[in-house]
Design a binder for this molecule. Structure first.
Ligand code: XBP
Ligand code: MG
Length: 250
């Protein structure tokens, strides 16, 4: 395993319910749009990846939304841009912490010379806001490749973002491991041939996930993984040695 590829939303941090969703609602209010997205409706909308695409999908069943498709697209673009600005403010104010065990696993990689990359469907500005808030202005130095929604317009479950990450890292799929939280993310990995482990996020706590090497709760909990995290003592965290063991089928 020569590189670890991180998903962002749901994997690095629980950004969806308390970040993107809240910012979408703030944008609706600011633009005088009459609907709001509650936590359970937003959970259903997450099957559509990409904030702009999610807005378009939701508007298709709203009688209050503009009828003409061009007008609807204009509104979605405006709302999406504003949502991302508001999301950056939430994140910059320290509103969303990293998930447990993320920072430690990143430090393992740095110490062991395992390269890291980001492969996400979210906009680059959102990645910059989140990682800048947690790792400071030079956060990008930690990663050999950062691929976002603008780089891979065919969003997960399409494998495009993972194919690009492999190309950028100049590695074969069998030389990397990805970490995802959601079923569309895992499907993208499987279709790119990239081995993946899943740290379930709140919205995908019960989701059916096929094709992952291992599935479990957060990276700070060694218990409740499937298959078991055999190298980790029950109170311990998921470390690089455990990832290597799963990757080797142990
Ligand atoms: C998750 C997504 C994103 C975010 C919102 O991406 O589907 O669309 O919900 O971000 P991932 P944008 O788990 O791959 O990080 O509004 O910028 O699309
Ligand atoms: Mg995700």
């Amino acid at each position: 395993m020569r590189a670890l590829i991180w998903d962002v939303d749901g994997t690095l941090a629980e950004t969806e319910r308390d970040g993107h969703r809240v910012a979408f609602n703030q944008a609706f209010e600011a633009e005088g749009v009459p609907w709001r997205w509650d936590a359970s409706h937003y959970g259903r909308l997450l099957s559509v990846t990409g904030g702009f695409e999610r807005l378009m999908h939701d508007m298709a069943s709203r009688i209050e939304a503009p009828l003409a498709i061009a007008e609807r697209e204009l509104l979605a673009r405006r709302l999406h841009r504003l949502k991302n600005m508001l999301y950056a403010q939430i994140v910059a104010s320290g509103g969303i912490g990293l998930r447990p065990g993320v920072r430690e696993l990143m430090d393992d990689c740095s110490a062991a010379g395992v390269r890291m990359a980001i492969a996400t469907t979210t906009s680059r500005s959102n990645v910059e806001a989140l990682l800048g808030a947690h790792f400071g202005p030079y956060w990008e130095a930690r990663f050999d490749a950062v691929l976002c929604g603008e780089d891979a317009p065919r969003k997960k479950p399409d494998p495009q973002v993972y194919a690009l990450a492999l190309e950028r890292l100049n590695l074969a799929a069998g030389e990397v491991l990805a970490i995802e939280d959601s079923s569309p993310g895992v499907q993208a990995c499987v279709r790119a041939g990239v081995p993946v482990i899943v740290t379930r996020s709140v919205y995908f706590a019960q989701a059916e996930v096929d094709g992952a090497l291992a599935i479990g709760p957060d990276l700070a909990s060694g218990g409740d993984w499937q298959p078991a995290a055999s190298l980790v003592k029950s109170a311990g965290r998921i470390d690089l040695a455990q990832l290597r063991a799963w990757a080797a089928g142990r």
